[in-house]
Design a protein around this ligand. Sequence first.
Ligand code: MV4
Length: 449
Amino acid sequence: MLTKVLVANRGEIACRIIRGCKSLGIRTVAIYSEADASALHVSLADEAVPAGPSPVAQSYLRADHIVELAKSVDADAIHPGYGLLSENANFARLCRDAGLVFVGPPASAIEEMGSKVSARAMAARAGIPVVPGTAGAVESAQEAAEAARLIGFPVMLKASAGGGGIGMVTAYDEEALLQAFESSVKRVKSYFGDGTMYVEKYIPRPRHVEIQILADTHGNALHFGERECSIQRRHQKIVEEAPSSAVTPELRERIGGSALRLVQELGYTGVGTVEFLLDEDGQYYFLEMNTRLQVEHPVTEEAYGVDLVEWQLRVAAGEQLAPELFGREPARHAIECRICAEDPVRFLPSPGLVTTLRLPEGAGIRQEIGIREGDFITPYYDPMFAKMIVSGATRDEACARMAEALDRYEVAGVKSNIPLLSSIIRDEEFLRGNTHTSFLRERGLTSSV
Ligand code: MV4
């Protein structure tokens, strides 16, 4: 088993990973930027080392410096968490070249799934339904227009190196597509350094359904069903749940089986998530694969009774998946709300001193949080400072419990999105399980999506 892990992250996920390490008797090292010198994750770790100035580029994103720090404290592994360097193939290589265990998949898998074009090609080769679209990249606006004519409008123009919907354009006709192509390439190139684009048929009002997978280094792999993450604003997930109201056990096995075929094709190890779109006819299509632990992993943990961080660490240490992990069904319904320090009307970050912080406790309520009362929420990092995960025997019970818990969640000194979360959880369409990607706009719950 690993003995000392350096957690190359901050905030709530750093706290969560440190807790996972402690449950396995693994010593932990935190890194912190100047702004995070007195942050909660620093106090929870056994040791802490400074990573540099507050901006992420000068601290949490300094791959070679972080590897040096791990060596200097005799860590035998680095856990990247999510975001930051978690899907950076070079960082995975740097760690392994330095003789450190990288708690994640092979660098080759990170690289292959980091290109959406190669991910789609590999999924198609594995016989997984992909959204109808181009087999590879489109090199020009003309080529995109020709492809779109074959696919049929409306189409979606997407960036191969993209993420979070950046560079994504829905075009309803050829003129709109030609118009959008150049500006998209430019934006994506400046953002990701790679302007490769591809075209897909636009799937109207889809649900975002993603499969949680876990694979060890001995060829064993399984899935823990789906999470539904359709309620998003500008491609930022706000509310996630497991299982999905739209997925029957039969459909779960089909989508899960597709995800596992891609995992086998890839030689994947560790935890990962295969994203699909589910359309109104129950047809599912591969979207992309995330080669990291996700923000919303706790809803799967609560629905399936598994500790995914523990199994990340066990797999990284070379352990085999335990037999009792296989063949599980979701025993409970879990919902997660992302708690963000942002103005709920203008959707702008709201940094500041947290003067009051009181979290609801009780059966079926799980808190994941990266701050304490009296801490500063700085403008340097993501405004999400906590997650609340609620579970119940049924979806109705989980919804009622979440609504009540949100009413008891007290944050003062910064604005928060709790009022928006309360409106979503109480919305009658939400309570009916009618959640899809146009939910916020159709329910008038956000001025602009
Ligand atoms: C799509 C789509 C409809 N048709 N692709 C959003 C970011 C990335 N995950 C892919 N996304 C979408 N891709 C086709 N061909 C709709 C979305 C989409 C979306 C998907 C899931 C959840 C929320 C969303 C919000 C807007 C757009």
